[in-house]
Each structure stands twice: as structure tokens, then as C-alpha cells.
Design a protein around this ligand. Structure first.
Ligand SMILES: [Fe+2]
Ligand SMILES: [Fe+2]
Length: 224
């Protein structure tokens, strides 16, 4: 058994933007454990695991998640750092950074900034349901106010997307009015108007993702 080496002989795709993917592991190699003192479960079918295997696994997993969860969420976001766009002047990664930067400049708190940073993390990979995607990602760690905002921000955008929808029935475009008296209506409308639909501007200077990383770590270490 050998441990995989992290080499990457060719990190450029045919489309010409950089990726950083290791080559496929050779048969028989293992990925390294996070801690050298940890143990592998020496079984390759979960059906064969028994209680002692799961208790070891769960012990290692909880420490793993504590350290790795927020880091790997940010890696998910950063995966599209150099992605091309389909028409906006900036890509989805920069849109997310711009939203977070604008919220930070306006003095919003850490949770709002992290919700803004991640609000479109699923936009490319789960386009039709990306609000639900991020709401589920952050649900255990953030307030109902931001869960609701993330879940509904796509609907609240409709009134701003003139000519976007083929069938522009007023009931569909104005669907947000169903929640006019909802306690989170104003925040969601404000988020979309002031921090989302204008965060496509190449002239707005963004804070770096490293600036936001400690905030993401702190939010993911919370329990609601
Ligand atoms: Fe969105
Ligand atoms: Fe957005």
C-alpha cells in the first residue's frame, strides 16, 4: 500500500483556464489520513463494517469536519475562480465576492456577509434551485432570516429581470408579493436590490476570499 503523491503535470484544460486537479490515483494507493495517528478502516465494503468500525470512523469524522468543512466549502467556491463567463462582465466567483464586499462595506454582520459570499455557490452546478442549495448548506449554522432570504432570493429577483421570462405573467413576476408582510420580506428585497443584481460590475474592487475565510470558519463552527 502506498500513499498518493500530489503531483499535477498538466493543470490547464483545453479551454485554457487553470485547474488544480491531481491525476487519478493508481490502483492500491490510498489517500492520506488527515492525522498521521488516525487509522484506516481496513474494509472496502460498508456492509462489512461493525459497531467498532463506525465508532472509530465517527470519532475521526467529527474532528475532520471541524477542521475541514468550512475549508472545503470555500474550495467549492474557489473551484470557479478562473472560470469564463457566459455574458456577465465577471464570473460567478467574483459576483459572490462582490456581494460579500458590498455587505461588508455597509457594515453588515458576519453571518450576512457569509450568506452573501455563498449565496450563488450553487448557481452553476444547480442553476434551477441554487437558492435551496445554499440554504441547505448553511441551514444548521445561520438564522431563519438568512435561510429564508437565500431560499427566496431567486423569486425576489424576478421583478428586476425585465424581458428575461418568456411568459411574463404578472403573477409570476410579482410572486414575491405573496410574502409582502413576511418578517424577512424587506431584508430579502434589499439583499437582491443592493447586494445581488448590481454585483456584476468589473469596476467594483473586491476584497479577497482570504479576507472572508475566518468569517466562514466561524459561521460553520456555530450551532444554531
Ligand atoms: Fe442567485
Ligand atoms: Fe447572485
Amino acid at each position: 500500500m502506498s500513499i498518493k503523491k500530489n503531483s499535477n503535470p498538466d493543470n490547464t484544460t483545453t479551454e485554457g483556464y487553470k485547474t488544480d486537479h491531481s491525476p487519478q490515483r493508481k490502483s492500491g494507493e490510498r489517500d492520506p489520513l488527515l492525522r498521521p495517528e488516525w487509522r484506516y478502516i481496513e474494509k472496502f465494503n460498508m456492509d462489512d463494517f461493525r459497531a467498532e468500525d463506525w465508532s472509530l470512523m465517527n470519532r475521526q469524522r467529527s474532528e475532520y469536519l471541524r477542521e475541514q468543512q468550512s475549508r472545503q466549502v470555500l474550495e467549492l467556491l474557489k473551484a470557479s475562480k478562473d472560470a469564463p463567463t457566459f455574458g456577465y462582465a465577471i464570473n460567478n466567483y467574483e459576483h459572490c465576492l462582490q456581494t460579500a464586499t458590498l455587505l461588508h462595506k455597509d457594515g453588515y454582520d458576519e453571518e450576512d456577509i457569509v450568506a452573501g459570499l455563498l449565496h450563488d455557490i450553487g448557481f452553476i452546478v444547480c442553476p434551477e434551485n441554487h437558492g435551496q442549495f445554499v440554504a441547505d448548506l448553511l441551514r444548521p449554522y445561520i438564522s431563519e432570516r438568512n435561510i429564508w432570504m437565500l431560499e427566496h432570493h431567486e423569486i425576489f429577483q424576478r421583478i428586476h429581470l425585465h424581458g428575461y421570462y418568456e411568459k411574463a405573467e404578472p403573477a409570476f413576476i410579482n410572486e414575491r408579493e405573496r410574502w409582502r408582510d413576511h418578517p424577512y420580506f424587506e431584508w430579502t428585497a434589499e439583499f437582491v436590490e443592493k447586494y445581488d443584481i448590481i454585483a456584476i460590475n468589473p469596476n467594483i474592487e473586491c476584497l479577497s476570499v482570504d479576507f472572508f475565510e475566518p468569517m466562514v470558519q466561524r459561521v460553520f463552527s456555530r450551532t444554531r
